[in-house]
Design a protein around this ligand. Structure first.
Ligand code: AHR
Length: 555
């Protein structure tokens, strides 16, 4: 393992040429702290692009406890609500500036008839939920048989309450294209213009919903129709060739690859452009889904056997999850490269509309909530790392959605009846909201590599990483220290400006398993402190197993 002094000597020697040839570096010889073990240099003169606020999006599928009990409690409930929507959720979400929410699925979307969820609530049909066959006996009836009390109107109202844009996923597997057009008509046709606009008005919504984001199917390689990429491309062309147009411009999102399925991306793009490059005009975004689930340390690729435990894990499992999550960067680069071969202007951007860790069942706080897991500090660090990855690729990623908002996989919130808590992942979203709409700038991180033993063999992980964005004279720098036990003493310099003052907000805990729960409330929450800045460099301690946001005033 490289020791602290060796690391500094190597870094200084390696950077020597840079230091002397580019005099504006804040790391001028002589100012370097002898005690620092790592370094961050923010290059204001190397902008990467504007961070789309929409990469901080969310996903609410009609799946077990996500909608019923999570988002929707019903207007007659004793639980404080706004026309049936859980009030505490709305209040908390306002703190994270949620830009966009995806609904109704997920796999649920390709079996959903949007007409079941509009019109008077008492007349709406009950339908078998896509997820019914995997529900346990502890699940309430609403998880198996969808009462359709939460439909398009209620979803759009939820979005309005939290200040988000709706992103609707259309059913390509089991409804004809005609029904896609009618759903658009219901949502976007002006008051009084169509029979469906009248139906919307009768429900109390005369003004169009102006839905911009439309997913054309979900996981069309699997639950969404089991298509080949060529077949799906044909369906995509057909569904989007003509749609009713109103004032609201629409953005169609294609059902993209699962993880590193390069063939899906290549096959789809080749087929789409076979009729000419102009066929790409209807494709706004290409949606990658990537879950980090395999903690078997290379022993299996089996979806059930390979999963790890959400709460019971050792430090190797901690690093293994982060390694799995860190694959996101190569997936972004890999799919982007293939897309560029067939779309050299990159008119189509990446959407990452399902991401997060996926553990085996067992940590659900509400018995019967299928796919619910309890996020720990490990998931907060994972989420900070993932959001930093997105921030570093602003020219590629236009939208993303964490899976899923509440009572599910990488949830920001857990709720059951009148109990509610913000998870460590929710806190990370609140911290990172400051990046939305900022100018991402290239940042160089140098730190000792984390080394550990993985089944008797040496393994490693990077020692410190993050992302930086600038808005006027405020620099936001977010950092992840993945080391389970070592703090980093880091020197931070900004090339192109002078540091004036700053604050640090850190989310950590001495116990890497720490989590918040419905029973025990808040154990993990961010703490802020003022920073002392002397000279050109800021020296800052980044605790082990932590996510930190530095908010720095520049001149
Ligand atoms: O998020 C849970 C499920 O994972 C979604 O329904 C599906 O799209 C994905 O496979």
């Amino acid at each position: 393992m490289m020791r602290r002094r060796d690391f500094l000597r190597n870094t200084v020697a390696g950077a020597g040429a840079l230091l002397f040839s580019r005099r504006s570096s804040p790391f001028a010889a002589g100012e370097i702290s002898p005690t620092a073990d790592s370094r961050i240099e923010v290059l204001l003169n190397e902008p990467l692009g504007i961070i789309s606020p929409n990469i901080y999006g969310h996903f609410t599928e009609n799946l077990s406890g996500v909608i019923y009990d999570g988002v929707w409690v019903g207007a007659d409930s004793k639980i404080p609500n706004l026309n049936g929507i859980r009030k505490e959720l709305v209040d908390e979400m306002k703190k994270i500036k949620p830009p966009v929410v995806r609904f109704p699925g997920g796999c649920f979307a390709d079996g959903y008839d949007w007409r079941d969820g509009v019109g008077p609530a008492e007349k709406r049909p009950r339908r078998t939920n896509f997820w019914a066959e995997w529900e346990t006996s502890a699940a309430p009836a609403s998880h198996r048989y969808d009462p359709n009390h939460f439909g398009t109107n209620e979803f759009v109202q939820f979005c309005r309450l939290i200040g988000s844009q709706p992103y609707l996923a259309a059913n390509v597997r089991s409804l004809p294209a005609e029904e896609f057009y009618r759903w658009i008509e219901y949502c976007n046709s002006p008051a009084g213009s169509t029979t469906l606009a009248d139906l919307r008005s009768q429900a109390g919504y005369p003004d169009p919903f102006n839905v911009r984001f439309w997913g054309v199917g979900n996981e069309s390689w699997g639950c969404g129709g089991n298509f080949t990429p060529q077949e799906y491309a044909t369906e995509f062309r057909r569904y989007t060739t003509w749609v009713p147009l109103y004032k609201q411009e629409m953005a169609f999102i294609g059902s993209g690859p699962n993880s590193d399925d390069w063939n899906w991306t290549r096959g789809f793009f080749e087929e789409i452009v076979r009729k000419g490059k102009d066929q790409l005009r209807n494709l706004y975004g290409w949606a990658l889904h990537y879950y980090s689930w395999n903690l078997s340390r290379g022993r299996t690729q089996d979806w059930e056997k390979g999963k790890g435990d959400a709460l019971n894990f050792d430090s190797v499992d901690w690093y293994e999850l982060l390694r799995e999550g860190d694959r996101m960067e190569s997936l972004i680069n890999g799919h982007w490269q293939i897309m560029g071969e067939l779309d050299p202007e990159h008119s189509v951007k990446l959407v990452i509309d399902e991401w997060g860790p996926w553990y085996r069942p067992g940590s659900e706080q509400t018995p019967g909530d299928q796919l619910e897991q309890t996020p720990t500090l490990r998931d907060a660090v994972f989420s900070g790392m993932t959001l930093d990855t997105f921030n570093r690729h602003p020219e590629k990623i236009t939208l993303a959605a964490c899976a899923q908002l509440i009572n599910c996989l990488n949830s920001l919130y857990l709720a059951h009846e009148d109990k509610f808590c913000v998870t460590p992942v929710g806190h990370v979203f609140e911290m990172y909201a400051a990046h939305q709409g900022g100018q991402a700038v290239r940042t160089i991180f140098s730190a000792p590599t984390v080394t550990y033993e993985r089944d008797g063999k040496p393994a490693s992980f990077w020692g410190l990483k993050g992302s930086a964005s600038l808005r006027e004279k405020t620099l936001v720098l977010t950092l992840v220290n993945p080391h389970v036990s070592e703090a980093r003493l880091t020197e931070i310099g900004v090339r192109g400006a002078t540091l004036q003052s700053g604050t640090a907000t850190t989310l950590t805990n001495p116990d890497i398993h720490a989590h918040n729960s419905l029973a025990a409330g808040s154990v993990v929450s961010p703490q802020s402190r003022n920073l002392e800045i002397k000279g050109k460099l800021l020296t800052c301690t980044i605790p082990p197993a932590s996510v930190t946001k530095l908010t720095l005033a520049l001149t």
